[in-house]
Design a protein around this ligand. Structure first.
Ligand code: KIV
Length: 306
């Protein structure tokens, strides 16, 4: 059956196949000194674009609490919401490794909850999960890894601990805090994590951790010495003109691009310029019937068959 509407490409009919990114790929990339690229993603449409552009990993981050739900922090995201977005992202991906972020209080209270909730993200389509915390959650990481659930750690600035940290502030600046972040990273590797996000720490600390660990480090606000980098997609796209922290590079002024498109649309609709004929359906014109093609049937004129 053909349709007048274009069918949105799915992961199965998208661009040329490259082998999926697995834990082995990521470990090999660290050994080869090849940088790992990760971005956050929250839906199938963007996931398809990121995957097609060659991103190695997509993190379905609990940052969705802020950039999708409009909250002030990430504390109000549920496991149901994470599973919903993870499932959408997984459907748009054919190569990238999808990481599901474990939201606040989905793993901190006990290991059974952690196992059950991590399983939900894997069942939704993630290939691994990410947990914030270091030595304190090492035992939980061991349990998850033993159950066959790959774990990415996250140390340094941990947004789920925003109140304990006194805000979104850079960590590891004084010797005590520096040692704590370092020890946390080592504890996670020992617990079996396959990679660690280093967020909001000085570059030289990130370098020390990266040189010490055998597993890949993925930095955000941690300088240029990590094995890979991650950014929140909406930040890279410049979708929030009011958010310009030092560590974010806006690769496009997305806010301006989107608003200009919407302004033009509003203007064209108001002036009845859109939709024009190129974007309008018409019923086929009725056929003109000549007198000669009419036949008499029981005294009535009907359109003649050839
Ligand atoms: O939730 C998120 O987007 C993250 C990244 C900032 C690493 O955890």
């Amino acid at each position: 059956m053909s349709s007048q509407f274009p069918v949105t490409p799915t992961a199965s009919n998208a661009s040329p196949k490259r082998p999926p990114v697995t834990l082995r790929t990521l470990a090999q990339m660290k050994r080869d000194g090849q940088r790992i690229t990760m971005l956050t993603g929250y839906d199938a449409t963007f996931a398809r674009l990121l995957d097609g552009a060659g991103i190695d990993m997509i993190l379905v981050g609990d940052s969705l609490g802020m950039v999708v739900k409009g909250e002030q922090n990430t504390l109000n995201v549920s496991i149901e919401q994470m599973a919903y977005h993870t499932s959408a992202v997984a459907k748009g991906v054919s190569r990238a490794h999808v990481v599901g972020d474990m939201p606040f209080m989905s793993y901190q209270s006990n290991d059974d909850d952690a196992l059950k909730n991590a399983a939900r993200l894997l069942q939704a389509g993630a290939s691994s999960v990410k947990l914030e915390g270091g030595a304190k959650i090492a035992k939980t990481v061991v349990r998850l890894v033993e159950a066959g659930i790959p774990v990415m750690g996250h140390v340094g600035l941990m947004p789920q601990s925003v109140h304990a940290m006194g805000g979104f502030v850079v960590q590891g600046k004084d010797p005590e805090s520096r040692q704590r972040v370092f020890d946390d990273a080592v504890a996670l590797q020992e617990a079996g994590a396959y990679a660690i996000v280093l967020e909001g720490i000085p570059e030289d600390l990130a370098r020390d951790i990266t040189d010490t660990l055998t597993i890949p480090t993925i930095g955000i606000g941690a300088g240029n010495c990590c094995d890979g980098q991650v950014l929140v997609l909406y930040d890279l796209l410049g979708l929030n003109p009011d958010f310009t922290p030092k560590f974010v590079k806006k690769y496009v002024d997305g806010a301006a691009v989107v608003q200009e498109a919407v302004r033009t649309y509003v203007d064209e609709v108001k002036r009845q310029v859109f939709p024009d004929d190129d974007h309008t359906f018409h019923a086929p014109k009725p056929k003109v019937v000549s007198k000669e093609s009419l036949t008499l049937v029981h005294g009535q004129k009907v359109v003649g068959h050839h």
